[in-house]
Design a protein around this ligand. Structure first.
Ligand code: UDP
Ligand code: MN
Length: 304
């Protein structure tokens, strides 16, 4: 009897092992397939996932991060947007508001956004020529267009955080998790800005008490655009707060805007009491197209 049991057991054992191995291999394969499907679907070769992020109405879902990116046509534009999208795609509950400095939505940006796999809104407004001079603040109209869209399309029921994400900066993923808990206005250090390695709000006992900055520390809020985020409800409850052209001096955009919605003592310091750099004010070198031949152009048109 015992020997019969053992012989059956040893005959069955290899088969059981084979079945277990096959099940294991198959789950691994399907998880690889899922990952591939995830990315391919974002590239448009498979059915698309819903594009619009939950508007943050669900009380249990985390607040949506709305990143406002002004952008303008130039040789490196698509490269910049690609870098940004590769970062933003990894941020959950995210909505990208891209505002072109252009008379209309360009083909390049429209095509790019359609394939970027991110919940997004595509706006445009052209900066008047008289404001396109060195020393003049940039992207004022574009950021205001985004604020206008938010005020029109979001309500007191929505939970979110608004952040101004220029197209050439570098963003760590941690930054988005830090800003997500912004109750009113949150601040943190910015790397490679103001002629220094970094600038940062000075914090004492959990409160902002001053600014470590490269220049004009006397500004009420001596902070770069990449150094703060605003709760969506603060944007909605201050409907007249905008970025100003009139009377605005270069480098005062941030301070002039923040003055309208908060006080220094109410700022919420993030990134370990403003001791960690999670965003860098990088700038892309002007590209050299000196060898672009005037005559011998390629026979096909290729978007760059
Ligand atoms: N920008 C724009 N129109 C312009 C110049 C700049 O929309 O004529 C955008 C640009 O794409 C970026 C932001 O405004 O997202 C800030 O511009 P830039 O990075 O040149 O400014 P800086 O780094 O000198 O602050
Ligand atoms: Mn920049």
């Amino acid at each position: 009897m015992k020997s019969l049991f053992y012989s059956r057991f040893f005959i069955l054992l290899p088969w059981v092992l084979i079945v277990i191995i096959m099940i294991d291999v198959d789950t691994k394969r399907s998880s690889v397939r899922d990952t591939a499907h995830f990315y391919l679907s974002r590239l448009g070769s498979a059915p698309r996932r819903a594009r619009t992020a939950p508007a943050g109405r669900n009380r249990t879902a985390p607040p949506v991060v709305y990143a406002v990116t002004p952008t303008y046509s130039r040789a490196v534009q698509k490269a910049e947007l690609t870098r940004l999208a590769n970062t933003f795609r990894q941020v959950p509950h995210f909505h990208w508001i891209v505002v072109e400095d252009a008379g209309g939505r360009t083909e390049l940006v429209s095509r790019f956004l359609a394939r970027c796999g991110l919940a997004h809104t595509h706006l445009h407004v052209l900066t008047p020529r008289r404001f396109k001079r060195t020393g003049m603040p940039r992207a004022t109209e574009q950021r205001n267009a985004a604020l206008g869209w938010i005020r029109q399309h979001r309500s007191p029921r929505d939970r979110g955080v608004v952040f101004f994400a220029d197209d050439d900066n570098t963003y760590s993923l941690e930054l988005f998790e830090e800003m997500r808990s912004t109750q009113r206005v949150a601040v943190w250090p910015v790397g490679l800005v103001g002629g220094r390695r970094y600038e940062r709000p000075l914090v004492e006992k959990g409160k902002v008490v001053g600014w470590y900055t490269g220049w004009r520390a006397d500004r009420p809020f001596a902070i770069d655009m990449a150094g703060f985020a605003v709760n969506l409800q603060v944007i909605l409850s201050n409907p007249r707060a905008v970025f100003k052209r009139r009377g605005a001096k270069p480098g005062m955009q941030e301070s002039d805007f923040l003055k309208q919605i908060t006080k220094v003592e109410d700022l919420e310091p993030k990134a370990h009491n403003c001791t960690r750099v999670l965003v860098w004010h990088t700038r892309t070198e002007k590209v050299n197209l000196g060898n672009e031949p005037k005559r011998h152009q390629d026979s096909v048109h290729i978007e760059v």
